[in-house]
Design a protein around this ligand. Structure first.
Ligand SMILES: NC(=O)c1ccc[n+]([C@@H]2O[C@H](COP(=O)([O-])OP(=O)(O)OC[C@H]3O[C@@H](n4cnc5c(N)ncnc54)[C@H](OP(=O)(O)O)[C@@H]3O)[C@@H](O)[C@H]2O)c1
Length: 321
């Protein structure tokens, strides 16, 4: 038998339960992976919170939420291949892999298609490998969507978040100059990563203008607030140079680049797939770090979610089954 974390109803972290299930068997075109580390992301608690049902009815399918089936949680992990479907070649039992995208990664074992596997380099630790891809590919997609180029001055809203820390590092590595919003407590971290930090909240536009009197070329909204949207529209002007990963339908109406699994958004499947080997290469070369806020055993997934929902030290929360 194997363990998996499942929401038992819609609600808060208290609905998560550790359930015993049979060890999965792969279909002909799948592998089974023994999970060593699984990244925790806000979408995990959103999936069982019921909040996606607030989205207008016509968007329910695109949001991937069905009222009659509770979602399986955990969209990224890393582990060791334990079984390979008969039709698959090029992957073997014992191989260490990063698995993304996937569902149900809060578990001892996960089932995945070959297209979700990338080899894990020996130099990359399990927690880092398990928590790299969701935020990393999202950040890469965001920079691509806003057409960020070397020499650009980029404003990153939510620079100390999981996606934000990736976006700040990728933008700096690209040769952009970065101004990033965060709580005061996280400013020193952003400075160390090469960004100029500014506090979010009232007066944000003035603080950004003071930090960048020459103007802002592009903005990444990684938090979804009205403040982030309004500030970006005012300072960048051109909606094609503003990308957003969260927030309501006003973003579509304003014509900015809305990305990810949101109503009317660009999924960016190809851009995100292309980003996976680049993220690993940057990690191995020391040009990118996964900052870890905390690790938890599998049976403490609910506690990890409480910490995540409550606001936490910058970086990723990770489950170690
Ligand atoms: N569309 C997609 O493809 C996609 C992919 C991944 C994530 N997302 C969504 O993007 C959002 C961020 O994800 P994440 O993983 O980065 O979350 P996270 O790690 O929880 O980070 C959230 C960050 O937001 C900052 N923050 C809080 N209130 C803020 C405000 N009023 N203004 C500006 N920043 C504020 C916090 O900074 P301080 O701690 O410094 O206060 C925190 O670091 C979530 O809603 C998530 O579901 C979307």
């Amino acid at each position: 038998m194997a363990r998996t974390i499942r929401p038992m109803s819609y609600g808060g972290p208290e609905v998560l339960d550790l359930v015993e299930v049979p060890v999965p068997v792969p279909a002909a075109d799948q592998v089974v992976v023994r999970v060593k580390a699984a990244g925790v992301n806000p979408v995990d608690w959103k999936l069982y919170s019921g909040s996606f049902h607030a989205i207008d009815d016509k968007y329910k399918d695109e949001a991937g939420v069905s009222a009659d089936a509770l979602p399986r949680i955990g969209l990224e992990c890393a582990g060791i291949v334990t079984a390979v479907g008969e039709e698959l070649s090029g992957v073997s039992v014992g191989e260490e892999v990063i698995v993304y995208p996937v569902t149900g990664a809060y578990a001892d074992y996960v089932v995945a298609g070959a297209g979700s596997l990338v080899s894990k380099p020996n130099a990359v630790d399990w927690p880092v490998a398990g928590a790299l891809m969701l935020t990393g590919t999202t950040a890469a997609h965001t920079l691509h969507a806003a057409a960020v180029q070397p020499g650009d001055l980029v404003l990153i809203h939510g620079g100390s978040g999981g996606v934000g820390l990736m976006a700040v590092q990728l933008a700096v590595d690209l040769g952009a100059t970065v101004i990033a919003t965060a709580s005061e407590a996280n400013h020193e971290l952003l400075r160390r990563l090469g960004a100029t930090p500014v506090a979010y909240g009232p007066g944000l536009i003035d603080r950004v203008r003071a930090a960048a009197p020459e103007g802002i070329d592009a903005a990444l909204d990684l938090i979804g607030t009205e403040e982030a949207l309004d500030t970006s529209l005012e300072l960048v002007g051109n909606p094609d140079r503003i990308a957003s990963i969260a927030g309501g339908p006003r973003r579509i109406e304003e014509g900015i680049k809305v990305i990810g699994n949101q109503p009317g958004a660009d999924l960016g499947t190809e851009v995100r797939a292309a980003a996976r080997p680049e993220l690993i290469a940057k990690l191995v070369e020391g040009r990118l770090r996964v900052i870890i806020a905390g690790t938890y055993p599998l049976d403490e997934a609910a506690e990890a979610h409480r910490v995540g929902i409550g606001g936490h030290a910058p970086g990723k929360l990770i489950l170690l089954p």
